[in-house]
Design a binder for this molecule. Structure first.
Ligand code: NAP
Ligand code: MG
Length: 511
């Protein structure tokens, strides 16, 4: 079966793609480009401008100007809200095109990008658009003990932080761009977005749609390039007021160091090793589907992957059989074909790392119950890793402690609720978690005890524009989505006005 590309997609990847700075498409100052490959075939999809420190500096200056002088900050909230709403509409109008680009560049099934990534990205802009008119401060009744006669009118203003650098990964390129741009724009900031080198296409296309929606020049700048150059100079730039980052814990640390120079505000959404906990009383058919979705959706290349499946002893054997059996049936293949359930790993370094982790676990004596040589078929070429399941995993082993970021599940048995919570929280990370039970009290009790930014009960992976998302521990800090996301992009100013008509002599203060 042949797959035909949308004409717009063909045209888009048929030409070298440039940087988007100050409303203009431009080559990198160095003139350099890099190739973005299709992970399903290894072929080059398009050549991309390789922005570096000089281009970042140009983009930051454009964003600074747009913030301080441009019409963006002076627009009424209603006007801004309408433009942001229009971005959401344009994403929906271009869903198929964006989904094809995403599928080609990242390797995720086209059907998934079309049904989930595009609509979720659009919904984020639509949701945020509503907030543009609802950003409010407070009036505060204050008492100043050493100024007894004073009569204050005190209130807060909530202002944009200014120029924001946003650095995103390759696993959900369009969605990560939306989650970051939506709240930053809603609150009146200007942005420099650096997409991952592996998957720049949808961010570049989105820049065009954002301009089409009416966002003024310089408000959103997209600089493609490498992390060590473009990313690092953005994180260190003294004119940038905030950095929002999604990616590895290791690079997250580098970002914090780089941001220290001018004490940028930072939000980090990093890795995870999330527990998905199945109790004896759970509906096992549902729980096994949830376990599969938790780890094999997006080929396990998600920060929220339910990579540790904790199963209570009474249903342990049955769950291992159900999950391993289902894992062996997952259809790997060309992401553009409708029958494909799991595509290739998104890039070569990631592929090598996953294979190494599997080999290391086998060397250490781990029991593999699904994966290579255990049934199921794997395409001959392309970066394919068969869905892999290890049973009887020790929570202290590398398999259970390190983020693999691939289709590798570790099943760990537990005795009772307390034991489950202890294992679940015994991790350096604290991003997501799942609980499968029909016992209401247990569901709520365990939800309170888990160290995680998200707890799903009898579901896994649900994501909504309205619900706050983020982590704790080495999974980072700050929240994306929901009202909480706005706080990351606002700072509070307190205004105090003395209405008493008297100014007390500071040397005659009575305490
Ligand atoms: P990464 O290196 O953390 O990359 C994330 C983003 O940061 C990319 O845009 C990257 O640019 C940029 N970057 C890299 N080094 C930088 C630096 N020194 N300063 C500023 N920005 C920098 O992640 P990765 O290499 O793509 O994946 C490695 C691991 O990260 C994965 O195995 C997984 O464990 C984790 N990860 C987590 C998430 C998540 O959603 N939390 C997403 C992806 C990966 P370039 O790509 O252009 O180099
Ligand atoms: Mg690519």
């Amino acid at each position: 079966m042949t797959v035909t590309l949308d004409r717009n997609v063909e045209q888009f990847i048929g030409a070298p793609r440039q940087l988007f700075i100050n409303g203009q498409w431009a080559d990198a100052a160095s003139g350099k480009t890099f190739a973005t490959p299709n992970p399903a075939t290894g072929e080059t999809l398009a050549n991309i401008a390789e922005g570096d420190a000089e281009d970042i500096d140009r983009a930051v200056r454009a964003a600074r100007r747009a913030f301080e002088e441009g019409p963006w900050s002076r627009m009424t909230p209603s006007e801004r809200g309408r433009i942001i709403w229009r971005i959401g509409d344009l994403i929906l109008e271009h869903t198929d095109e964006l989904a094809q680009l995403e599928s080609l560049d990242n390797g995720k099934p086209f059907a998934v990008a079309q049904a989930a990534d595009g609509p979720l990205a659009a919904d984020l802009f639509h949701y945020m658009a509503g907030w543009a008119t609802k950003i409010e401060g407070n009036t505060i009744n204050i008492s100043v003990p050493y100024m007894p006669g004073a009569n204050f009118h005190s209130y807060t203003l909530r202002e944009p932080v200014g120029v924001v650098g946003q650095i995103i990964p390759w696993n959900f390129p369009l969605l990560m761009a939306a989650w970051k741009l939506g709240p930053a724009l809603t609150t009146g900031n200007t942005v420099i977005l650096k997409p991952a080198e592996q998957t720049p296409l949808t961010a570049i296309r989105l820049a065009g749609l954002i301009a089409e929606a009416g966002v003024p020049e310089g408000v959103v700048n997209v600089v493609t390039g490498f992390g060590e150059t473009a990313g690092a100079s953005l994180a260190a730039h003294p004119m940038v007021d905030k950095i929002a980052f999604t990616g590895s814990t290791e690079v997250g640390r580098l970002i914090v160091h780089a941001a220290a120079g001018n004490l940028k505000k930072v939000s980090l959404e990093l890795g995870g090793k999330s527990p998905n906990i199945v109790f004896d009383d759970a509906d096992l058919d549902r729980a096994s589907v949830g376990a599969i979705a938790g780890i094999f959706a997006a080929g396990g290349q998600t920060c929220i992957a339910g990579s540790r499946l904790l199963v209570q002893q009474g249903v342990y054997q049955r769950m291992v059989e159900l999950v391993a059996g289902r894992a062996r049936q997952i259809r790997l293949g060309d992401p553009r074909l409708p029958a494909t359930q799991m595509g290739p790993v998104a890039n070569r370094p990631q592929y090598d790392r996953i294979r190494e982790m599997i080999a290391g676990a086998l060397d250490a004596g781990a029991r593999r119950v699904a994966g290579e040589g255990q049934g199921g078929s794997v395409p001959e070429s392309g970066l394919f890793v068969p869905p892999t399941v290890f049973a009887d995993v020790d929570n202290g082993s590398a398999l259970a402690r390190e983020e693999i970021f691939g289709p590798v599940l570790s099943i760990i048995p537990f005795r009772d609720t307390e034991h489950a919570v202890r294992i679940a929280n015994d991790s350096e990370y604290g991003l997501a978690s799942g609980v499968w039970t029909n016992d209401l009290t247990r569901a709520h009790t365990v939800a309170r005890k888990l160290v995680a930014g998200t707890v799903w009960v009898n579901t896994y992976r649900a994501a909504a524009a309205q619900a706050p998302f983020g982590g704790t521990r080495r999974s980072g800090y700050g929240r994306e989505r929901g009202e909480e996301a706005l706080r990351e992009y606002l700072r509070t100013k307190n205004v105090m006005i003395d209405l008493s008509g008297r100014t007390p002599d500071p040397f005659a203060i009575r305490t």
